[in-house]
Design a protein around this ligand. Structure first.
Ligand code: PMT
Length: 220
């Protein structure tokens, strides 16, 4: 978007993976690098927004000017977002949040034993849904990482999670999505008549994809 497009707006962005502890030395996580979320933060700052970047563990240098809140687990990420975002803001959920955590985190390192073992997993909170279902929600933008039926699942998430816009990527293609420098996305939203609209963003560096997402959001 243009330079001052988001002047005076506070945009809260989640980025990167979460880590769910198994014991003091092990965790469950995923391949998110944080690149997509950090690119959104950079472009939002360029467009004049005040940016809070709630980030899971990444190797990236945070963009200058963003307020950084570093977290590890899904529950910590939810608490940080709850604290940062209010009704007049925009919330963009780009993090790859773990859907499960350990039912019990072992206090001591788990010793190996003969044969198979099992970990009991329970659901983590859905950060985006929690914020979008507030009595006075901010404008919410979601991502959808799918390996099949990308359009159908994304359109379903747009509705179910009560979003203004959703950006879907096909993460079965290793050259885009998780941990790559490029991405390709399809944006979905509802127009004023409630009709589902879509726009395909072809493969491009994440900075360019981030800019296109924010431009679409600004139009909406
Ligand atoms: O970090 P990179 O390496 O650059 O990779 C970018 C990316 C592939 C991680 C990014 O483009 C992306 O797709 N992010 C969303 C990943 C994801 O978890 O998608 P999902 O379809 O499982 O979740 C749907 C939406 O709900 C997402 O906006 C997600 O942030 C949110 N969510 C999901 C689960 C949860 N417990 N809380 C959430 O807020």
């Amino acid at each position: 978007p243009g330079k001052g497009a988001f002047a005076g707006k506070h945009i809260v962005i989640t980025a990167g993976p979460t880590r769910e502890a198994i014991d003091p030395v092990r965790y469950l996580s995923n391949h998110s690098s944080g690149k997509m979320g950090y690119a959104l933060a950079t472009q939002a700052l360029r467009a004049g927004a005040q940016v809070t970047l709630v980030t899971g563990p990444t190797q990236l240098t945070p963009p200058k000017g963003a307020k950084l809140v570093a977290v590890e687990s899904a529950e910590e990420m939810l608490a940080a977002v709850e604290e940062a975002v209010s009704a007049d803001d925009i919330f963009i959920a780009c993090a790859a949040v773990a859907d499960y955590r350990l039912a019990r985190v072992a206090e001591q390192k788990i010793k190996k034993q003969d044969g198979a073992t099992q970990l009991e997993l329970v659901r983590t909170p859905d950060i985006l849904s929690t914020i979008a279902h507030r009595a006075k929600p901010p404008v919410c933008v979601g991502f959808a990482a799918e390996t099949q039926d990308v359009a159908r699942y994304a359109a379903d998430k747009l509705k179910r999670k009560k979003l203004t816009l959703i950006a879907a990527n096909d993460v079965s293609d290793k050259s885009i999505g998780f941990n790559s420098d490029d991405n390709a996305m399809t944006l979905f939203w509802h127009d004023a008549d409630g009709e589902l609209q879509r726009r395909d963003l072809g493969r491009a560096p994440k900075a360019q994809i981030a800019d296109a997402i924010l431009t679409q959001l600004h139009e909406l």
